[in-house]
Design a protein around this ligand. Sequence first.
Ligand SMILES: NC(=O)c1ccc[n+]([C@@H]2O[C@H](COP(=O)([O-])OP(=O)(O)OC[C@H]3O[C@@H](n4cnc5c(N)ncnc54)[C@H](OP(=O)(O)O)[C@@H]3O)[C@@H](O)[C@H]2O)c1
Length: 370
Amino acid sequence: MMVLDFLVKKDELGVTRLRETPPQTIGEGQIRLRVEKFALTANNITYAAFGDAMNYWGFYPAESGWGQIPVWGFASVIESRCPGIEPGERFYGYYPMSNQVILQPKRLAPAGFMEGAEHRATLHAVYNNYTRCGTDPFHDPTTEDAEAILRPLFTTSWLIDDFMADNAFFGATATGTGLVMLSSASSKTAYGTAFQLARRKGIELVGLTSTANAGFCRSLGCYQRVLGYDALDQLAADASAIYIDFAGNAALRKTIHSRFENLKYSSSIGGTHVEQLGGARDLPGPRPVLFFAPAQIKKRSTEWGAEVLGRRLLESWREFIGTACRPTEPWLIIEHHRGADAVTAAYALVLSGRDDPRRGRMLSLANPAA
Ligand SMILES: NC(=O)c1ccc[n+]([C@@H]2O[C@H](COP(=O)([O-])OP(=O)(O)OC[C@H]3O[C@@H](n4cnc5c(N)ncnc54)[C@H](OP(=O)(O)O)[C@@H]3O)[C@@H](O)[C@H]2O)c1
């Protein structure tokens, strides 16, 4: 079976191609996995947009000028020269947009393994961790598509909420109700954050979104107010406020920093508005701080221990996925896109930013008969 890799032009993300190559022989200690299916959201587009700056292209390097976007999904072992990993085993992890991949497991454990290829040694551990579906407490085969889509996003959402509460909302709640504004409120990471923050006292959650997605954001019920990007004047300019920025839109950031004289904290999470990204120079108010999820994980692991941290995250995850995937009015409706043409079309849709926010896209380049 030929290896199919979906490549994008690094400096022109709308240009894509499918690379077909014969499979390589696997070496001692390696495994070959069939990449069964993977999720695609704006988060993956951000990986590509920051591919050079943050080395996301380094996970699955391609020929000059081209990149392979990493994605979260499921793969099963089809060939193993690694003792302790058997053909047929399934793993959740960080894969290329491909139909198969060769990995080099190290530090095998009942929970999974770490990828040991030399070119990934300097890349962050969270992306090098592969989890055995059979032993993973987060894994539920009945909701595994939603798991591929939401799990990496919700972990960040949960940590943002924990970080804000841990820092007493940077004083925004000290003298009354603090405004917590989230941009790209229709994004899965933003609404996961709102889902968590909605339980906190002393804050008013304001979802900022594009006109087309305002109805969706209101339907979720986790934002107390939903406003279009052009309706910031409906919020009191002297309110104590926090900005949690998923959009990365430089003009919007400047408007918010200029309007809210009591802006206590400005947190940069993402860059969904890929066409409007920009620096933060000459900005009034607090300097935007890039949210670094691993730092909060480390802090809580030290304070609570890894087991307690894992248990709390798991409890929240179960509640969240229960809501997002509930039978009536689910927040997320999964759509599958199988084969090269369907994958290319789904990628173009997600890249365009015009997708229905209620859709969760699961893609596959694997041959269903294999
Ligand atoms: N720092 C971290 O650790 C971390 C972890 C996870 C996610 N994130 C970031 O959080 C952001 C959200 O990711 P997600 O996967 O949750 O997104 P998603 O659910 O796919 O978000 C879709 C929404 O993003 C906005 N959007 C997407 N593409 C756009 C475009 N080209 N132009 C304008 N708006 C666009 C739209 O929201 P609106 O109409 O509401 O603006 C759209 O409804 C990403 O930037 C991601 O990188 C960061």
